[in-house]
Write a protein that binds this ligand. Structure first.
Ligand code: 13P
Length: 245
């Protein structure tokens, strides 16, 4: 099981100093935990996180180096202690025009630098209401994978984040989330032997009170957590629910 926090553009040095020591001290059980923070906080967090919490970034450049003002390369992330990088979050797709092909190239750049990409897919409310949720999500997955080569399921993570459930308090029902995860699992199995065993995280209003039910579903292998990852007690509770699974 995986529980990865995504701080998005939240946090401060004060939050780091309040959150990280408590997280490392109180975390227990068998769960893979990650925390994806804004770029400038990577060095401070790297110095404070213990081995069982992996540090991550929220984006990465597709390029290794060069004249790309404002971009951050996977090598730079690795040098600053990052082990994970979220790629293709719906907020990057929506506000920065990221395409599936770009997201695939970003995942490839991360992997080449030894960083585990967390590839995000998910449909909007309009797409779900028009009955196209599965088609949209599978198309995203296929198009990203066309640009991204890997040799083992352990090299990356997939996150299903329905856009309508992000930051809205409206969580997908366990049945809705499980159904999409099963669909993704089936497509991964068709893709390749290496893709078959990839862990699929659910994201979208995961909280301490709904985490256990989600984690009990057969194809939900963890969570990508936004708002609740800014409150250390909530994040610890979600990690504990994953460890119990
Ligand atoms: P919330 O948990 O705040 O809905 O955010 C989910 C998310 O976007 C994680 O990447």
């Amino acid at each position: 099981m995986y529980v990865v926090g995504n701080w998005k553009m939240h946090g401060s040095q004060a939050l780091i100093h309040q959150f990280l020591p408590k997280l490392c001290e109180q975390l227990s059980g068998d769960v893979n935990v990650g925390l994806c923070v804004p770029f400038p906080y990577l060095p401070a967090c790297a110095g404070m996180l213990s081995g069982n919490v992996k540090l991550g970034a929220q984006d990465v450049s597709e390029h290794q180096t060069g004249a790309y003002t404002g971009e951050v390369s996977a090598g730079m992330l690795a040098e600053n202690g990052a082990k994970l990088a979220i790629v293709g979050h719906s907020e990057r797709r929506e506000y920065h025009g990221e395409t599936n092909a770009l997201i695939g190239r970003k995942a490839a750049a991360a992997l080449a630098a030894g960083i585990t990409p967390i590839i995000c897919v998910g449909e909007t409310l309009a797409q779900r209401k028009s009955g196209r949720a599965e088609a949209v999500v599978l198309e995203q997955l296929d198009a990203v994978l066309a640009e991204f080569q890997f040799s083992s399921a352990r090299e990356w993570l997939l996150a299903y984040e329905p856009v309508w459930a992000i930051g809205t308090g409206e969580v997908a029902t366990v049945a809705e989330a499980q159904a999409m995860h099963a669909t993704l699992r089936e497509r991964l199995a068709q893709h390749s032997e290496a893709a078959k065993g990839v862990s699929i995280l659910y994201g979208g209003s995961v909280k301490p009170d709904n985490a256990a039910a989600l984690f009990a579903a057969a194809d939900i292998n963890g969570a990508l957590v936004g708002g609740a990852a800014l409150k250390v007690n909530d994040f610890l509770a979600i990690c504990a629910a994953a460890a119990d699974e």
